[in-house]
Write a protein that binds this ligand. Structure first.
Ligand code: PMP
Length: 374
């Protein structure tokens, strides 16, 4: 009899369901016999502009040295981040995507007897990293699709070790302002760490941006996580960073893999930080795309959750799974979010104007095909 390896896995891992990523273009092309060039993917909150030319040039150059290990301390990138944000390099930890850091933080500070708090409808990786450790997930009911920060602080008890706050949140696109965040942080005991996940923060500018880095001096239990995957357009290279107190950074550095960020990613990320024009274009395309999508939903008569991210969750009704399938048959990949407890919604990432338009046309047809269209 073959050995049952399922039963050999630690209990907490046996109960895990893997993270469901957006469907890759090549996979749909194979399934439908389509040309990959005919398919658009608006499913993983990627940057529709394609990578920055400045980043690409640096990445190509770094590729020439692929036989060498990367700089395990990421000196150049940390220096560039340090300059940009005015924080010492000792406060920065690099990750293989910010996802890596979410996991490293949990592994450093959370044990099987701990509780971890996050919001209902928050990013799916929070319960995953919590459960993998065997800790207790405390999912706090959302308020108007966003985090109920009062209820989250009220959920803290003596076992609470960590709180994840996604600001802006994925998949709902909701955000809290600096006043609400500060009031929340003031209520959290210093022994409880707070990860402020700002994966989408670059899409917010000016006064509307509740910059977590500015709060670090006041709240030593804060860890701000950011990424190069979204507005900076480097999702495939997997590079993110956290900014925290030097003491916390020192702990994270003990547990992260020695070469967790590869040299191509390090070079591209360092270079793209100089490409302010690319960042500005990302913001402009996103702002216009959010408007285009919301106007389109208004025209069709679909409710949606107003978003500040590079995606929108739209309520397509009870047959959302069928609408998703119908969109696939039109060569449009979006993201079902039933797994987040949002069975009526689909999340669509902001694309280029022509992609958004193609999605909206396909959506009208998909709704008609499931008998929901007007
Ligand atoms: N946090 C949030 C809220 C996200 O939506 C994502 C990506 N989907 C991540 C973190 C992780 O991004 P990455 O690992 O690419 O940096």
């Amino acid at each position: 009899m073959a050995l049952d390896y399922q039963s050999l896995a630690v209990k907490s891992v046996q109960a895990l369901s893997p993270y469901q990523p957006g469907k890759p273009i090549e996979e749909l092309a194979r399934e439908l016999g389509l040309n990959p060039g005919e398919i658009i993917k608006l499913a993983s909150n990627e940057n529709p502009l394609g990578p920055s030319e400045v980043a690409l040039a640096a990445a190509r150059k770094a590729l020439e040295e692929s036989c060498l290990y990367p700089d395990g301390n990421g000196f150049e990138l940390k220096q560039a981040l340090s300059k940009r944000f005015g924080v010492p390099m000792s406060q920065i930890t690099l990750g293989n995507g910010s996802n890596d850091l979410l996991e490293v933080v949990a592994r450093c500070f959370v044990g099987p007897d701990s509780e971890v708090i996050f919001s209902q409808y928050a990013f799916a990786v929070y319960p995953l990293v919590t459960q993998a450790i065997g800790a207790k997930s405390v999912s706090v009911p959302a308020k108007e699709w966003g985090h109920d920060l009062d209820a989250m602080s009220a959920a803290v008890n003596e076992r609470t070790k960590l709180i994840f706050v996604a600001n802006p949140n994925n998949p709902t696109g909701t955000v809290h302002d600096a006043v609400a965040l500060e009031a929340f942080l003031e209520r959290i005991p210093e022994r409880v760490l707070v990860v402020l996940d700002e994966a989408y923060c670059e899409y917010l500018t000016g006064d509307e941006f509740p910059d977590g880095i500015r709060l670090l001096n006041r709240f030593p239990n804060l860890i701000v996580c950011r990424t190069f995957s979204k507005a900076w357009g480097l999702a495939a290279l997997r590079v993110g960073y956290s900014i925290s107190s030097p003491e916390i950074a020192d702990i994270l550095n003990r547990v992260r893999q020695p070469f967790n960020v590869n040299s191509v990613a390090l070079a591209a990320a360092s270079a793209v930080l100089e490409d302010e024009a690319y960042l500005n274009r990302s913001r402009e395309v996103n702002k216009a795309g959010l408007r285009q999508l919301s106007e389109g939903f208004d025209r069709i008569g679909l409710p949606y959750i107003p978003s500040v991210g590079n995606f929108v969750a739209v309520d397509v009704g009870e047959q959302a799974a069928d609408v998703y399938q119908a969109l696939l048959s039109h060569g449009v990949i979006v993201r079902p979010v039933a797994g987040y407890g949002m069975p009526r919604h689909l999340r669509v990432s902001v694309g280029l104007p022509e992609e958004n338009e193609r999605f909206l046309v396909a959506l009208s047809k998909a709704l008609q095909s499931v008998g929901q269209g007007s």
